[in-house]
Design a binder for this molecule. Structure first.
Ligand code: PMM
Length: 268
């Protein structure tokens, strides 16, 4: 497949910035995941703890109680799953229940047991660039040269993961747009995607509906108004060599990637 993998977002949280509270009921969550797959999602990324700026932490047991029934149900239907968690205990239980990816926004910094659990489970690991927890992460994001610093810090996460026994072929990296970053930092990281691709690992891009896209909203101020801008970024990320995109509106990104794919095919 030449186009990037599409991870469809399913937040089973009461407080995520764009879809908080909508999919808390397991039946509604499962139905939404099936709809995202119908629209073209390759993988469903399930999160049980909000990481929006200012969010407080959720106990790991509560996070697991939110996601595990949905993981079991969807894995039973043969759907490929990613679990958005910073907790090794949640990662381990979900891997056992059939998840294929662990998506750790802290890149292993939040839980010292994460790398060992992933190493032992055989799942793929998405290491996102992160500096601190959501409660304080937007206080004063500081970089001299954001692309080279994010690249170097992701390199450190990769080295730590490999040292803990995770095979390199199982690793994916993510620049962590909006996590301890200003809008300018996000744009510089998008423009610098080829440099991150140059690390030699698949790169995932998570721009969907984030605040830095508010200037390009279709109409009002609701996060969903940023879906056109998100789909545009999906196509540009494909062009820059991204492995995958993590989005709320799968249908819009799927259409944008189909256009990109046709364009790319004509070049071959
Ligand atoms: N962003 C959010 C949550 N999880 N995971 C990865 N790998 N990359 C991201 O950019 C990312 C993430 C925050 O957004 P949400 O509230 O829409 O889930």
């Amino acid at each position: 497949m030449s186009r990037p993998v599409i991870l469809g977002i399913l937040n089973v949280t009461p407080d995520s910035f764009s879809d908080g509270g909508r999919w808390v009921d397991p039946a509604a969550a499962t139905a939404h995941a099936l709809e995202l797959v119908r629209q073209g999602a390759d993988v469903i990324d399930i999160g049980g703890e909000s990481t929006r700026p200012g969010a407080e932490r959720v106990p790991a047991e509560q996070e697991l109680a939110r996601v595990l029934p949905i993981v079991r149900e969807l894995a039973g239907s043969g759907i490929r799953l990613s679990i958005d968690t910073m907790n090794a205990s949640t990662a381990g239980a979900c891997a056992e229940a059939g998840a294929e990816f662990i998506n750790d926004v802290s890149g292993g910094l939040a839980d010292p047991d994460m790398y060992a659990v992933v190493a032992g489970s055989g799942v793929r690991y998405i290491a996102m660039h992160w500096r601190e927890h959501s409660a304080t992460m937007q206080a004063a994001p500081l970089y001299t040269e954001v692309v080279s610093e994010v690249r170097a810090e992701l390199g450190e996460r990769i080295a730590g993961a490999i040292a803990a026994g995770i095979e390199p072929a199982r690793l994916i990296v993510d620049p962590g747009l909006g996590f301890s970053k200003t809008a300018d930092h996000n744009w510089q990281l998008l423009a610098g995607l080829p440099e991150l691709v140059g690390l030699g690992f698949p790169v995932l891009v998570g721009a969907s509906r984030k605040g830095f896209l508010a200037d390009f909203a279709a109409g009002g101020t609701a996060p969903a108004e940023r879906d056109d801008a998100t789909a545009t970024i999906s196509a540009l990320s494909a062009q820059a060599g991204a492995w995958g995109v993590r989005v709320h509106n799968v249908a819009a990104t799927r259409r944008a990637l189909a256009v990109w794919d046709r364009w790319d095919e004509a070049r071959a």
